[in-house]
Design a protein around this ligand. Structure first.
Ligand code: SDX
Length: 428
C-alpha cells in the first residue's frame, strides 16, 4: 500500500493512498483529525471522494462514462432504459428470467394508488412539476408502509425499487395532465417509455399511439441520464440515505437537488437561453461576449462540467439523436441551429477553451424533448425519471454496506468569537 506524507508544524504523518479499479488514486484521510487535529476544506467537494462506489465511472479527461463497466455508447445503441436500470441497481445485465420478473413487477406497480390521485388537486395548476414530483414520491412511501424502513425486516427492496421506478413515470405524467386540466390516463399494456408517452398524450376519446422512433429516442434519453457518479443530486440521495431515512424520502430529496439551474434545471435554462437569443435577434458571437463579461452573471447554459474537462460523451450522442428525431418527425427547430452555432463559436473561443468548457448533457437534450412534444416545465422532471435508477442504485449500495455510516462533514468556523449576551435595555 503506498502512502502520502503530510508535514505540519514540525510533525509528519503518513496516510494510505487507495487505488480504484481504473487506477484512480485517493488519499484516505479517515483518521486525519484524530491523528493531526486538522481537517481539510474543499468547498464544493471538487477534490473530495465521498465514498467508494461500483456503479458508474467517469474519466473527465477522456470523455468516458461507463455503467457497471459498460460504455454508455454501447448501452445507448443496444440497450433499453429498464434493462439499464436493472444493470445499475443489481450490477449485471438481466438474463431472460430476471428481465421477465422485473417487467412483471414494473407492470404490477405502475398504477398510482387511487387515494394518491386526490393529492394532485391540492396543488395550484401552475405548481412547478418538480415540487409535485418530490412531494408525491414521499407520498408514495406512505401508501406502502412496509417500504418505509429499510431495517424493518419486511422491507422488500425489489418490490420498492420497482414501485418507485414504475410510478415516478405515472406521477410525472399525472402532474402534466393536471397542469393542463386533462384527466390522468391509466397505464396500458405498453413498455416503460411507450406507456409514459401514452399517459402524457392520450385522452379518453383519443389514443396516442407512440411513434417507435420517439420511443427509441426517449429510451436513449433516459439511458443517458440514468447515473453519473456522485453528482449533486446523487450525493444528496446518499446523504439522506446515510441517516437511515427510507428510499422514497432519499429520492424525493434527490429531486429537490436536481431542480437547481446549475444541475438538472439546466435543460430548461438552455431552451430559455436559446429562445431569448432567437427572439432578441442577438447573434451568437455577441451573446458570447456578454457571457464572458464577469458582471453579466450570464452563463452559457448547457456548457461546462465539474468533471468533464473534455467533451461530455452524452452530449455527443444527444446531438446525433436530435438530428435523427427531427428528421424522422420532419421538424425543423431554429433553436437547434442556434445551439449548433453557439457550440461552434464557443469551441473556438479562448474563454471557453482555457476553462475547458464544453457542451454537457443538457445542451442538446431539450431539443429532443421539444421534438417529442414534452412541455418546457417538464424537462427537469424527465431528467429525474432518467436518474431514478442511479439514485436507487446508490441508495442500495449505501445500505448494503456492512455498517451504515451517517454523513456528517466538518466546517471551518468564520463567525464571531466568544461574546456575552446583551440584555435588551443595554442594546444600542
Ligand atoms: C449537470 O455533476 C454532474 O455529473 C452533473 C450532471 C449529471 O449528469 O448529474 O452532469 C448534470 O448538472 C450538468 C451541468 C448542467 N449545468 C449547466 O449547464 C449550468 C452551466 N454550467 C455551469 O454553471 C458550470 O459549468 C457547472 C455548474 C456545470 C460546473 O461549475 P464548476 O465546476 O463549479 O465551475 P465554476 O463555476 O467554478 O466555473 C469555473 C470558471 C468560472 O470562470 P472564472 O471565475 O474562472 O473566470 O468557468 C466559468 C466560471 O465563470 N464557467 C462558465 C460556465 N461554466 C463555468 N462561464 C460561462 N458559462 C458557463 N456555462
Amino acid at each position: 500500500m503506498s502512502t502520502a506524507r503530510l508535514e505540519y508544524n514540525g510533525n509528519s504523518w503518513e496516510f494510505p493512498v487507495i487505488e480504484g479499479s481504473e487506477k484512480e488514486l485517493g488519499i484516505d484521510i479517515s483518521d486525519l483529525r484524530s491523528k493531526t487535529g486538522l481537517i481539510t476544506l474543499d468547498e464544493g467537494y471538487g477534490n473530495t471522494g465521498s465514498c467508494r462506489s461500483a456503479i458508474s465511472y467517469i474519466d473527465g479527461d477522456q470523455g468516458i462514462l461507463r455503467y457497471r463497466g459498460i460504455p454508455i455508447e454501447q448501452l445507448a445503441e443496444q440497450s433499453n432504459f429498464m434493462e439499464t436500470a436493472w444493470l445499475l441497481i443489481y450490477g449485471w445485465l438481466p438474463n431472460e428470467e430476471e428481465r421477465k420478473g422485473f417487467s412483471e413487477l414494473l407492470t404490477k406497480h405502475q398504477m398510482i394508488h387511487e387515494s394518491m390521485r386526490s393529492h394532485f388537486q391540492g396543488f395550484p395548476n401552475n405548481a412547478p412539476p418538480m415540487a409535485i414530483l418530490s412531494a408525491m414520491i414521499n407520498a408514495l412511501g406512505c401508501f406502502s408502509p412496509e417500504v418505509l424502513g429499510y431495517e424493518e425486516g419486511e422491507f422488500n427492496f425489489e418490490e420498492s425499487a420497482a414501485r418507485l421506478l414504475s410510478q415516478v413515470r405515472s406521477i410525472a405524467a399525472a402532474t402534466y395532465k393536471m397542469s393542463i386540466g386533462q384527466p390522468m390516463m391509466y397505464p396500458r399494456e405498453f413498455k416503460y417509455c411507450e406507456n409514459f408517452l401514452h399517459m402524457m398524450f392520450s385522452v379518453p376519446h383519443g389514443r396516442y399511439t407512440p411513434d417507435p422512433d420517439v420511443a427509441r429516442a426517449l429510451n436513449q434519453f433516459m439511458i443517458l441520464h440514468a447515473d453519473h457518479e456522485q453528482n449533486c443530486s446523487t450525493s444528496t440521495v446518499r446523504m439522506v440515505a446515510s441517516s437511515g431515512a427510507n428510499m422514497f424520502a432519499s429520492c424525493a430529496a434527490g429531486v429537490c437537488s436536481l431542480w437547481g439551474p446549475l444541475h438538472g434545471g439546466a435543460n430548461m435554462a438552455v431552451i430559455q437561453m436559446l429562445e431569448e437569443i432567437r427572439t432578441s435577434g442577438i447573434c451568437a458571437k455577441d451573446y458570447m461576449e456578454k457571457v464572458k463579461q464577469k458582471d453579466s452573471k450570464l452563463r452559457l447554459m448547457g456548457f461546462g462540467h465539474r468533471v468533464y474537462r473534455n467533451f461530455d460523451p452524452r452530449s455527443r450522442i444527444l446531438q446525433k439523436t436530435a438530428d435523427v428525431i427531427l428528421a424522422k418527425l420532419n421538424i425543423s427547430d431554429p433553436l437547434l441551429d442556434i445551439a449548433r452555432h453557439l457550440e461552434e463559436v464557443a469551441l473556438k473561443d479562448s474563454y471557453f477553451i482555457d476553462r475547458k468548457l464544453y457542451p454537457n448533457v443538457d445542451f442538446y437534450s431539450g431539443i429532443i424533448l421539444r421534438a417529442m412534444g414534452i412541455p418546457l416545465n417538464m424537462f427537469t422532471v424527465m431528467f429525474a425519471i432518467g436518474r431514478m435508477p442511479g439514485w436507487i442504485a446508490n441508495y442500495k449500495e449505501i445500505h448494503d454496506a456492512t455498517r451504515l455510516k451517517i454523513s456528517r462533514p466538518r466546517q471551518i468556523y468564520t463567525g464571531e468569537t466568544k461574546r456575552d449576551y446583551v440584555p435588551r435595555e443595554e442594546r444600542g
